[in-house]
Design a protein around this ligand. Sequence first.
Ligand SMILES: Cc1cc2nc3c(=O)[nH]c(=O)nc-3n(C[C@H](O)[C@H](O)[C@H](O)COP(=O)(O)O)c2cc1C
Length: 387
Amino acid sequence: MGELARAVNIADLRRMARARLPAVVFDYLDGAAERETTLNDNEAAFTRWLFRPRYGVEISAPDLGVTVMGQKLAWPVLTAPIGYSALMHRHGERGTARAAHRAGIGSILSTISGARMEDVATTGVPLFMQIYLLAGREAGEATLARAKACGVKGLFLTIDTPVAGLRERDFRNGMNHLLGRNHFAKLRYLPDVLAHPGWVAAYFTGASMPSLPNVVVPGEGPLPMTDVAKTLQHSVVTWDDLKWIRESWKGPIAIKGVLTGEDARRAVDGGADAVVVSNHGGRQLDGVAAALDALPEVAAAVGTRCDVLMDGGLRRGGDIVKALALGARAVLLGRGHAYGLAAGGEKGVDRALAIFHADLVRTVKLLGCASVAQLDASFLQRRRETE
Ligand SMILES: Cc1cc2nc3c(=O)[nH]c(=O)nc-3n(C[C@H](O)[C@H](O)[C@H](O)COP(=O)(O)O)c2cc1C
């Protein structure tokens, strides 16, 4: 049995990713902002809910299908946008999209990706495009026109990056040099990189991503690559931007990074078709609510006016069930799929998704629930706090 097949859960894939990647890249993927309170709380929040099973029923083939922003998915999951995926494995975003397609789910491509959206779209996956406005409105409009032309199904506008969060691991590791132009400064990585020859070979065969092919500055060409913090410094999509984007994009739009009922209502009033309850995997404002804890407020605020999605901390298929029971129509998997990519490229993503899917099927059968559409809060109870 290969190493990937021996991975029984996402924590196993995370361990493999840690062994395969230089520390600077692993920390970029694994880490979060400041104390990493929100990162940890995102995962812990799932353990604060217990299942209330309905035994004595047999469910041979539970119905997991769902429609999200007009797209039919075989089960209620999309791969979340992960910037600089090519740093984790040369298969990058295309590998992720191919695996998502095989699994019957959707995939969201980050603005900060090394793969052209046109190439990712040829995988056949229901492809969505995540939008940061890195180079102003004109460049943004050009991105939307390309997205329309290549069949992108909808947009995810990320609103939680008015500045980059302080990701202390990246700061300490000097992550900015890895992506910067000063090759001399990269010498600091030599020992770490030499200890990971498989990764470095991939890095020099294309993973170094000299530019961002999905952000083309009119008259200049693709935006050159800089470090994460600098890139996110000018990236935010505002409510004002939603107005012009809503006018020029006729397909579905999701607002990603909603944590309160107020912002959720604002998104719907501005014409959004979906909101993603998300704290960016704890990478932006540390100390906000765990995404799962913010979900019921958002779901109650929008009711049936739009699709409610969520992400943050999902590491097991049972977590998907809890998110759906608390009001999400579907979830986005961030690190949950990216650890697989880092551990074994496209096949690693296959493995990660197979683990989530098997967990999901087993959990709904154990719960006695015939269809994900039937999941609601009656399948859960709050864990009683002990003294
Ligand atoms: C390495 C990494 C890069 C990310 N890049 C982006 C991005 O480019 N755009 C975006 O909207 N969110 C980005 N996110 C946030 C994810 O889309 C998602 O919200 C988050 O990972 C969910 O938390 P989880 O990793 O616990 O599943 C990134 C997350 C990680 C871990």
